[in-house]
Write a protein that binds this ligand. Sequence first.
Ligand code: NAD
Ligand code: DAU
Length: 334
Amino acid sequence: MRVLVTGGAGFIGANFVLRTLEQRPDAAITVLDKLTYAANPATLASVSDRIDLVKGDIADADLVDDLVAATDLVVHFAAESHNDNSLADPSAFVQTNLVGTYSLLEAVRRHGVRYHHISTDEVYGDLDLDDPTRFTETTAYNPSSPYSSTKAGSDLLVRAWVRSFGLAATISNCSNNYGPYQHIEKFIPRQITNVLSGVRPKLYGDGLNVRDWIHVDDHNDAVWTIIDKGEIGETYLIGADGEVNNRTVVETVLELLGQPADAFDFVTDRPGHDRRYAIDSTRLRTELGWRPQYVDFSAGISATIDWYRDNADWWQPNKQAVEQGYAATEKVIG
Ligand code: NAD
Ligand code: DAU
């Protein structure tokens, strides 16, 4: 099978490429990636002779048309993905997440190619800490940030292309991923590499915001499950029952690295900071038979810490610049 993976040099897309080549050695993979600051081609170095890596923009309609014409399946990961960046400057989010997705959908429509759309639980907005409900496939869209609103818009484009043009598409909305090769701007790798660098972890606001953590391999296995067995035109939520508040995550990282549990700083909160995400993945489990493999969060974090400790060459060149960027807006408040 010929597979076009957009954003395949970023965190989840690159893990998808590596895992697919392990599990489906006959897959012929082309990666289309703009190689923005968020990409790291070194992640794909071990498989560089087994894939075609095309540097390009998903909003480049001619390039996308050529690549889509030569594939059987598009898995669309490419996005501007970081909420904090979207608050500082939303323009690239509108361009890539909306215009870029539109360009892919038009090419897929012209060539009648199967399409899987990667999205996020953030399209549903947030939940109160004591709300007994979780997000399901029928929860109303209510995004909060420029990032999540452009992801929501891209999901709605896919739904419209399915209904109006009969596109052979599926959509998945996943919760927060962790694991190897995640950019150190994101919460868990930022805190791990802070402690490894002798810097105190930074918690936004009161540290009680909850995210529903899933290992990136579980996410990518679910994506293949949906591609193989999902119903065309349908949406599936992906989550591993991994709700943890941010303070507990930081305390876990500190404990696993042998530091005092209170060796962190509270800093200014993110504007509009979503309080809690929680996924009900019953549909994916009961209809398609998917189950997460990484059910022990502390063991998953421990393995992720080991990966960052053993792969400092992968992240260290960026560390100072990322922390300088945060320091420009972030104030310690406690
Ligand atoms: P990432 O920022 O690590 O990687 C994004 C990749 O897309 C990068 O390699 C970047 O160079 C590429 N890219 C950006 N703009 C592009 C463009 N215009 N053309 C081509 N390539 C471009 O992101 P990630 O965390 O791996 O997220 C991947 C996808 O998964 C995104 O669609 C995101 O919304 C979704 N998602 C992420 C999470 C999470 O926890 N990280 C959870 C649910 C869904
Ligand atoms: O829910 C899925 C989403 O998860 C994806 O769609 C996004 O692409 C992905 O970036 C992630 O979004 P979040 O905003 O939840 O992730 P982030 O890693 O930025 O932050 C996780 C939580 O940690 C959030 O509550 C903010 C908080 N945080 C973040 C950073 C970087 C801190 O407390 N301190 C920090 O230094």
